[in-house]
Write a protein that binds this ligand. Structure first.
Ligand code: 4AD
Ligand code: MG
Length: 426
């Protein structure tokens, strides 16, 4: 007999099915066992009565034992999901030891047992949504004729703040894990023009926040011949497309996870924009202090987000608050042609992006001003020396986006094996 996925059991009422899965919950009386079985598509209660083949194993198999069973589907309004399976043959494929995760466990124990906890309903649903998000990002760029390219994970250069670089011993030389593909992408954009990549970025984040990972998946795009405005439009279209695609495929999961369906449905381009200067004014009116040149704290970002029902851009940040590569604002050289896209609610920054400085002298001056020795940037400057063109790009945090869509408490629950300041196991 062919396997039926548990999510499809309801379509086979009155018929025989074969199920493969793991024991999610089990409860036995003297003559009967109620074994709730899960597979990747759902859970269903299976009733094993005395006399059925495998009854003794059904009585003793512990939670997370893997099983194969055949039986008949019956509609039963009392069963979770509205159906149950009357088992005729119950076989244990792998007996489980006593499962280390019980109800009401501490977050630390769950993280120590992450390799087992990823089986939980909550994480399984989140990873399904994450998969849809990644698929939608690929589709968005491919539909617009962006080429997917890859860039090195080991590099000699800082792209973002030097304080979050992970150092790597590289055959006696000092190198780093990449913070972003951007610098290499800028070089590639002079070949393929419109490019994107989804890859891990690394940040030695010393802060413990709900939004920071040491290794996260970064969806980045770069395009030649586009300006800041074009880039903003691409960003809002990308986020709108991904949110709607995730809702279309996994509305049920997002709802069960506590995602704000109404809010997500409203996520359609264009998104509101405020300047950094306006952000300071808005905060001042709310009695929240922030000085010119500072980055947003979680609290400040949350306070600003109260004014918006959709993601919103904060544009034109002070030059000193941002990396060396950003294009100076011709109308106000104190600021740059950049934007951070902030999520509604308490999820912080989803995207960082900018138009890139095209003037070699300005880049050199910025490097000097930020105390970065220009030596390792020679090749990067060549991109400007050999047919420099206006170009722009951005980077989206895949886990941040997943966190917001799924309304996850912590960004670490949006990646299977999170890497944070105090965790690199399992
Ligand atoms: O704002 P960031 O640092 O921008 C860059 O790296 C640019 N070079 C991107 C580009 O223009 N190609 O990072 C981009 C996004 C952030 O908005 C955030 O969503 C995510 O990456 N991010 C993190 N996500 C999880 N954990 C961290 N520690 C993150 N740091 C950044
Ligand atoms: Mg940023």
């Amino acid at each position: 007999m062919e396997r039926t996925m548990i999510g499809e059991v309801g379509k086979r009422a009155g018929k025989a099915v074969k199920l493969l899965g793991w024991i999610y919950r089990t409860r036995s009386g003297k003559n009967i066992s109620f074994v709730v079985v899960r597979d990747s598509t759902g859970i269903v209660q299976c009733v094993v009565k005395e006399g059925v083949k495998g009854f003794a194993d059904a009585q003793k198999a512990l939670v997370e034992s893997s099983v194969e069973l055949t039986g008949t589907v019956r509609k039963d309004d009392r069963a979770p999901g509205g159906y149950e399976v009357q088992v005729s043959d119950f076989k244990v494929i792998g007996f489980a030891e006593d499962f280390p995760i019980k109800e009401q466990q501490s977050p630390e124990l769950l993280l120590d047992n992450r390799h087992l906890w990823i089986r939980s309903q909550r994480l399984t649903k989140t990873f399904k949504v994450r998969s849809a998000i990644l698929g939608a990002i690929h589709q968005f760029f491919r539909d617009r004729e962006f080429f997917e390219i890859q860039s090195p994970s080991i590099t000699k250069m800082a792209c973002e703040e030097g304080s979050t670089l992970f150092e790597v011993k590289y055959f006696g030389e000092k190198a780093y894990l990449t913070q972003s593909w951007q610098l290499h992408a800028e070089a590639m954009a002079s070949a393929l023009e419109k490019i994107y990549c989804i890859a891990p970025s690394f940040r030695a984040e010393k802060s413990r926040t709900r939004h920071h990972l040491a290794e996260y998946w970064h969806a980045e795009a770069e395009a030649a011949w586009i300006n800041h405005e074009d880039s903003l439009r691409l960003q809002e279209q990308l986020v709108s497309h991904v949110v709607q695609a995730a809702l279309e495929k996994h509305r049920k999961e997002i709802e069960e996870l506590g995602g704000d369906i109404k809010q997500l449905e409203r996520v359609k381009a264009p998104f509101p924009r405020i300047t950094y200067k306006e952000a300071l004014d808005r905060l001042a009116k709310k009695g929240v202090r922030m000085k010119w040149g500072e980055d947003l704290t979680d609290l400040q970002s949350r306070e600003l987000a109260r004014d918006f029902e959709k993601p919103f851009f904060i544009i034109n940040w002070p030059k000193e608050a941002k990396p060396f590569y950003m294009l100076e604002n011709p109308d106000d050289p104190e600021t740059v042609m950049n934007a951070d896209l902030i999520a509604p609610g308490d999820f912080g920054e989803l995207i960082g992006g900018s138009a890139r400085e095209t003037d070699v002298e300005k880049i050199l001056a910025n490097l000097k001003q930020q105390g970065i020795p220009p030596k390792n940037y020679d090749w990067y400057l060549d991109v400007r020396k050999f047919g420099s063109v206006p170009h722009a790009g951005f980077g989206l945090g895949v886990e941040r986006l997943t966190q917001w869509i799924c309304n996850a408490e912590h960004v670490r629950d949006c990646i299977a094996f999170p890497r944070t300041i105090n965790r690199v196991y399992p």
